[in-house]
Design a binder for this molecule. Sequence first.
Ligand code: NG1
Ligand code: ZN
Length: 532
Amino acid sequence: MAQFEEVSQKSKLHPKPEGLTLQYGTAGFRTHAKHLDHIMFRMGLLATLRSKKTKSTIGVMVTASHNPEEDNGVKLIDPMGEMVTAAWEGYATQLANAEQDSLLKELKDIIKKEDIDMSEPASVYVGKDTRPSSASLSQAVLDGVSSLGGKTHDYGLVTTPQLHYMVCCCNTHGCYGSPTVEGYYQKLSQAFLQLTQNALNRTDDQKRLLVDGANGIGALKMREMEPFLRSELQVVLSNDGSSGKLNHMCGADYVKVQQKAPQGMNMGVGERCCSFDGDADRIVYYYTDSKGCFHLLDGDKIATLISTYLKELLTQAGLNLQIAVVQTAYANGSSTRYLEDVMKVTVCCTKTGVKHLHHAAQEYDIGVYFEANGHGTVLFSKAAQKQIQELVKDPNTNDERKRAVKLLESTINLINQTVGDAISDMLMIEAVLAIRGMSAQDWDAIYTDLPNRQLKVTVCADRRVIDTTDAERRAVSPEGLQDTIDTLVKKYKSARSFVRPSGTEDVVRVYAEADTQESADSLAHEVSLAVY
Ligand code: NG1
Ligand code: ZN
């Protein structure tokens, strides 16, 4: 078939280094950029098959998120803007690791298994982050798609969540918004401006926000979006990519793990600050107090702020919708206790990785999900959205209820429901703080984090000898490890600790929390020794 002839020819321009094997992990393929050219070409092929199979547009994003600038990676986006399904992750690994001479065989195997009609048209949207390697790697994706006769739309430099948004807009025929970067800015800014109309007498200081762009795509896109916000948000951008290196001493991951401010940010006392990660799908907030102490407002604090706000609106609107917060084992124990005991919302815990949280959140009328590292969003079920829209239109709705349902309606428009989105989450948080007249300190005071420590341990053996259960909170192998952890935890007050193999790095992650920082540090250290 001519179709495969072109694949065969073009794949020679993107040869696989013999013996190299890579896995589609927690967040797609991710490694040093020099190993990825063949992977990109092949993901172009796979996205084309997925498009034919689903009769929809599929997305391919070239990025390695918070990894160092020298790395790169690729993630596939399914029709509704969600991460590609698990079965196709398996195909991705199969195709990626096929030696050069068996590529066509593996490709045909997938076509057969999935019963794909190759006469169907295919459409693939491609985006990339600002890494130096991204331009040629995204070209390899485009080559892969065109060699199978698929149509491409190259969005060029976009944030990961922007590409998710485009895919969703396209496949819902514009119902979610217009599939352009401008359409994205318009949708989000309109919703933000509607929400902030409900915040009275905001001073310029209250409108000011310091943003660390991680020297990445988020900084670029924030600059583009600023005029749409009509000074209702006054962004002071640092690490904007003009001089520094991507994710180096800056960005959401650095701030969360190091528990300190990024380099290059000039923070005044009490000023609200936030950091994006390298592809702008994560965000964390922070401020320093009058004593110079650094305070982190991470994904758990964000989930609490947003769910408190939504719960209040639901009560005011008289809507009986179930709201749940989805977390992972990394959620601070204080946040879980506050959500369950004080706010009385359902809390559920899933494995690490947003696809697990997203899936769990879909089970509720309103599912708020955030990883502690600041990756998350809010999902509204179709039924919940319908109830809210009907109430907005109902002439019998009284003024108080109408205000609440209109706020809910704008909130839905502001939130990127396809995936965690630093820009959308930032605007959401800014709107909630403005409407409730809260400062960063007020927000921080909702509950006090338990001191905690995260460590990485490089082990000699394969890190996957550690197997876990109960949403990764307990180790089932190697034998005896969990008993040792339990014994260590008992030595400390309000303590908890767990270990799990990372899905994105060749390390075992250790997490510990306890009543004091010294205890959390010491417990984490002791558990690391047990792992090593
Ligand atoms: P791993 O390496 O599996 O722990 C990390 C993050 C995840 C998720 C993925 C993808 C932590 C502890 N883990 O996964 O939450 O964001 O990267 O980027 O933050
Ligand atoms: Zn990211």
